[in-house]
Structure formats: structure tokens, C-alpha cells
Ligand binder design. Structure first.
Ligand code: SIN
Ligand code: NI
Length: 271
């Protein structure tokens, strides 16, 4: 494969931080070197082609959810190469700077592939309503291994919608209209912004920002890794979640432990 030469982006700029805080999302180009991008594609392919029942689902008889997304949570736990991208210090530093936190932990990663053939859009939703956290501020990095645009599943965001507060958990396979919850408010009037990206580039979005992804109308998978970062000290709200269930977390205590490594900045002292 022909390597593309570009300068890798090491840190977010003051302008990007200001844009993120105003709008609840930001685009950051070239966060992977050409070599890293090649490696990233290889590990994602390996991770998604295991025959453990979590591999990619294609074809008309797959369920509605699989037409929206093929998802693998915490890919780092069974593919060491993925850990390089889930724990990457460069991304964690960017997340920390955008949040203005003293430290950040990984909440979880998830590989998000949108497979071709009867593909469905990812409906408008907020993420934080699903995460068992008392505080707001956690965010997602959405890193693409493929060029993305409206034809294969690029994202859209509603600028400023992170200020709407927590609304409701929207099922990705049987969605309700999130805009019904903000009728007659400034959020309903905001024009969504579409963000096409080149492979190796990413967006960050706040856990409360309304977002959506187009269907994949091409004949190739749309291959993305999303990492969720939370500020050090973010506390557990006691609600059930795949990655916190069984972790012996007490309600009101900071989320920490073996599945939630500190990736940038400083850890708080244990009380
Ligand atoms: C997608 O990749 O299609 C959706 C990502 C998200 O909901 O954060
Ligand atoms: Ni989401």
C-alpha cells in the first residue's frame, strides 16, 4: 500500500478546544501516522474476523441492530494490537485537553463497523444517557480507518446540543425522535453539521451532543474505533452497564480498577 505522507497531529489547538466547548464536537485531522493507519486497519480486521459469535454480520437476514452497527466492546481485552489504539497517549491527551481535566481514564473502547447491504443510519441520540456516570463531560473519540462521507456513514452533530442536558436512552434499532424532546427550544432549530473525514482522522464528541451517522450505501465496510474517555474522579451512578457490571463499584465512588486505566494526567489520591 502506498504510504501517505503527512504530519501527524500531536495536540489539539486552542481553537479546537474553544470550538469543542462551544459546539460539543470537533474534527481533528491526521491523528495517525501512515504506518499507524496501516497497523490500525490490520488489527481491526483481525479483531472483527474472529469466529466467537461477535464477528461482522452481513446479509438481509441479520437483525435491525446489525444493519445499524456491528459492535465489539473493549477490543483491547482480546487483541493486544487494539490496545495500542485504545490506550494511545496521543488521543488521551487530546481528550484531556478538550475536557480540561487533570487526568483521564478509558471507560471503554468499541469497534463500530457499518456493514454494506441494507445498511441503516445510526439514529440521532446522546451517549451519556447509557453510561453509568453521575457527572457529565465524558466524551468519545471516533477514529476512522476509511475515508467517510455521506455515502458510507460519516457522522453529523447538532452544534451546542450538549447543553440540552440528559434526555432519554434511544434504542438504535427502534428509535424515537430525539428532537421531540427539545421541541420549541434552540436545539430544535440548530442545523446539524455533517463531518466527512479522511482515514486516520477523527472527531471528538461530548456524551450529551446529539449525533447521527449516515447509512453505508457503498459495497465496503465502514471501519471505526470509538474510545470513550472520562475525567479522573468520575463517579459511578449505580446503573447497570456491560463494562461496570461485576466490577464491585460502589455508587458514588470514582470509576477505577483494571478495566478503566488512567491514560493521561494524574490519578486522584484514594480516600
Ligand atoms: C456510528 O459510528 O455509526 C455511531 C457512533 C456513535 O453513536 O457514537
Ligand atoms: Ni453514539
Amino acid at each position: 500500500m502506498q504510504a501517505i505522507n503527512h504530519e501527524v497531529t500531536e495536540r489539539v489547538t486552542e481553537e479546537q478546544i474553544a470550538f469543542y466547548r462551544q459546539n460539543g464536537f470537533v474534527q481533528v485531522d491526521n491523528v495517525l501516522t501512515a504506518d499507524e493507519l496501516e497497523e490500525f486497519r490490520e488489527y481491526m480486521e483481525e479483531s472483527m474476523s474472529t469466529s466467537d459469535g461477535r464477528s461482522v454480520k452481513t446479509g438481509k437476514d441479520r437483525g435491525t441492530y446489525a444493519k445499524v452497527l456491528n459492535q465489539k466492546v473493549n477490543s483491547w481485552r482480546d487483541h493486544g494490537g487494539m490496545a495500542k489504539f485504545s490506550f494511545h497517549a496521543r488521543f488521551a491527551q487530546m481528550a484531556m485537553d478538550l475536557m480540561g481535566a487533570q487526568g483521564v481514564r478509558l471507560f471503554h473502547d468499541h469497534i463500530l463497523w457499518k456493514m454494506p447491504g441494507d445498511s441503516l443510519p445510526t439514529p440521532w441520540h446522546q451517549d451519556l444517557v447509557k453510561w453509568p456516570m453521575h457527572e457529565t463531560g465524558a466524551l468519545s473519540l471516533w477514529l476512522t480507518a476509511d475515508d467517510v462521507d455521506e455515502s458510507n456513514g460519516c457522522m453529523m452533530f447538532v452544534p451546542g446540543s450538549q447543553r440540552s442536558g440528559k434526555l432519554t436512552n434511544i434504542s438504535l434499532s427502534d428509535p424515537v425522535d430525539i428532537f421531540e424532546f427539545v421541541k420549541d427550544t434552540e436545539f430544535a432549530k440548530q442545523k446539524p453539521v455533517c463531518v466527512p473525514l479522511k482515514a486516520g482522522s477523527c472527531t471528538f464528541h461530548d456524551g450529551l451532543t446529539f449525533h447521527y451517522a449516515h447509512a453505508n450505501t457503498t459495497d465496503k465496510p465502514r471501519r471505526v474505533l470509538a474510545n470513550i474517555y472520562m475525567a479522573e474522579g468520575t463517579t459511578y451512578n449505580g446503573k447497570g452497564h456491560l463494562v461496570t457490571n461485576g466490577q464491585e463499584l460502589q455508587e458514588g465512588e470514582p470509576i477505577r480498577g483494571p478495566l478503566f486505566p488512567l491514560l493521561a494526567g494524574r490519578a486522584l489520591k484514594k480516600s
